[in-house]
Design a protein around this ligand. Structure first.
Ligand code: NAP
Ligand code: G4F
Length: 336
C-alpha cells in the first residue's frame, strides 16, 4: 500500500518541489492550504489533479487535529511559515504565532491523534544568526538575529522535545538557503534574477539592493527536498544540517546573474538603505557531513548552475509573455 504524506506549506517553493518528489516515490500527497480570497496555487498548478488539497491553518489547532485524524498520514512535513526575515521585524508576533507556535500546534495535534506518524520540521540556518563557529553544524549553538530566527529556534526545540518526551519520530532539518525559479520575488536571489531579466527587456533600469557583502550558503530547492524525505526514512530520528558547504556574497550572485546576459552588474546595481535589516546575519556556511554520511545526500546543482537556471527561467517567462530583449544577450537555451 502506498504511504500518505501530509504537507503544510504546499503552496510555497519547497512544498511544490517536495510534493513532486513524493508523488514520484508513489506517495498519496495531502496538502494543507489556508483559506484566501485569491488562492495562491501557481506553484502546484501542474500537480493539482494528483494532490488532495485540504483547507486548514497553522493558527487553528482544531483544523490540524481534524485533518490528521481524517487523512491518517504516515509522514507529516511542516513547511508552513511566515518565512521572510525582513517581514519578521515588522510582524514579530504574527511570525511567532505561525513560525514558532504553529509548529507546536502541529506537534500537539500529531501527539494526540497520529503519534506514530513521522514528523519533519523545516528548521533554518537563520537559527545560527551571529555565528558562533564556521562552518555551522548540528552542534553549533544558536544565536538568532531576527524574530523569524527566534521563532525557528523555538520550533526546533519543540521538535526535539516531542522526540525526547513522547518518542515521536521527529526530525529537524536545519536547511541553509535554497533557491529556484519558484522562489518568492522578495528573496534576494529571485529579486536579482527577475530584475536582471526585466533590465534585459527594458522594463527596469536599476537593481537596488541592501547589504551586498552578506554571505550565504545557497543551494537548489529541488536538491534539498530529497534530504527532507531521506530524514524520515532513516532508522532513528535526528537533526541534520543541509547545505552545500560553499559560501558566496550577494555581490557574487549579482555578478554572475548579469554575466549570464552579457551585462556589467556595476552599471545597473545600486544600494538602498531600505533593504538593510535592523540586525544582519553576515555569514552562513554549513557543514553537511552528517547528511552525507547517514543519508547519502549531496547537492547536484552548483552555484553558477543555480544562478544560470534562475536568470534563464525569468527571462524565458518574459519573452514568452511577448517582451523583447533590448540590451544584453539571450543565453543559449532560452527559447522565449
Ligand atoms: P515559502 O515559499 O514562503 O512558503 C511558505 C508556505 O507557508 C506557503 O505555502 C504559505 O501559504 C504557508 N503558510 C504561511 N502561513 C500559514 C498558515 N498560517 N497556515 C498554513 N500555511 C501557512 O517558504 P519556502 O521557501 O518554501 O520554505 C519552506 C519552509 O522552510 C519554511 O518554513 C521556511 O521558513 C523554511 N526554510 C526555508 C529556507 C529557504 O531557503 N527556502 C531555508 C530554511 C528553512 P500561502 O501560499 O497561503 O502564503
Ligand atoms: O534572500 P534573503 O531575504 O534570505 P535570508 O534572510 O537569508 O532568509 C532565507 O533563508 C533562511 C535560511 O538561512 C530561511 F530560513 C528564510 O526563510 C529565508 O528563506 O536575504 C539574504 C541576504 C540577507 O543578508 C539580506 O540582508 O541578502 C541580503 N540582501 C541584500 N539586499 C537582501 C537584499 N535581501 C533581500 N531579501 N532583498 C534585498 O534587496
Amino acid at each position: 500500500m502506498s504511504k500518505t504524506a501530509f504537507i503544510t506549506g504546499i503552496t510555497g517553493q519547497d512544498g511544490s518541489y517536495l510534493a513532486e518528489h513524493l508523488l514520484e516515490q508513489g506517495y498519496r500527497v495531502v496538502g494543507m492550504v489556508r483559506r484566501a480570497s485569491t488562492p495562491s496555487l501557481e506553484r502546484i498548478e501542474h500537480l493539482r489533479d494528483r494532490l488532495d488539497l485540504v483547507e486548514g491553518d497553522l493558527l487553528d489547532t482544531s483544523s490540524l487535529v481534524r485533518l490528521l485524524g481524517e487523512h491518517e498520514p504516515d509522514e507529516v512535513y511542516n513547511l508552513a511559515a511566515q518565512s521572510f526575515v525582513k517581514t519578521s521585524f515588522h510582524e514579530p508576533l504574527n511570525t511567532g504565532q505561525v513560525t514558532g507556535l504553529g509548529a507546536a500546534r502541529l506537534l500537539e495535534a500529531l501527539r494526540l491523534v497520529r503519534p506514530g506518524a513521522r514528523f519533519y520540521q523545516a528548521s533554518s540556518s537563520e537559527m545560527f544568526g551571529k555565528v558562533r563557529e564556521t562552518p555551522q553544524r548540528e552542534t553549533t549553538p544558536f544565536h538568532p538575529r531576527s524574530p523569524y530566527g527566534v521563532a525557528k529556534v523555538y520550533a526546533h526545540w519543540m521538535t526535539v522535545n516531542y522526540r525526547e518526551a513522547y518518542g515521536i519520530f521527529a526530525c529537524s532539518g536545519i536547511l541553509f538557503n535554497h533557491e529556484s525559479p519558484r522562489r518568492g520575488l522578495e528573496f534576494v536571489t529571485r529579486k536579482i534574477s527577475n530584475t536582471v531579466a526585466r533590465i534585459v527587456c527594458g522594463l527596469e533600469d536599476r537593481l537596488l539592493l541592501g547589504n551586498l557583502e552578506a554571505r550565504r550558503d545557497w543551494g537548489f530547492a529541488g536538491d534539498y527536498v530529497r534530504a527532507m524525505h531521506a530524514m524520515l526514512q532513516a532508522e532513528e530520528p535526528d537533526d541534520y544540517v543541509v547545505a552545500t558547504g560553499e559560501t558566496h556574497a550577494v555581490r557574487e550572485f549579482c555578478e554572475l546573474a548579469f554575466d549570464r546576459v552579457g551585462l556589467d552588474w556595476q552599471e545597473f546595481t545600486g544600494v538602498d538603505e531600505r533593504y538593510y535589516r535592523p540586525a544582519e546575519v553576515d555569514l552562513l556556511l554549513g557543514d553537511p557531513t552528517r547528511a552525507r554520511e547517514r543519508l547519502g545526500w549531496k547537492p547536484r546543482l552548483s552555484f553558477p548552475e543555480l544562478v544560470g537556471m534562475m536568470v534563464d527561467a525569468d527571462l524565458d517567462a518574459l519573452l514568452r509573455a511577448g517582451h523583447h530583449a533590448v540590451r544584453g544577450r539571450i543565453p543559449a537555451g532560452v527559447q522565449g
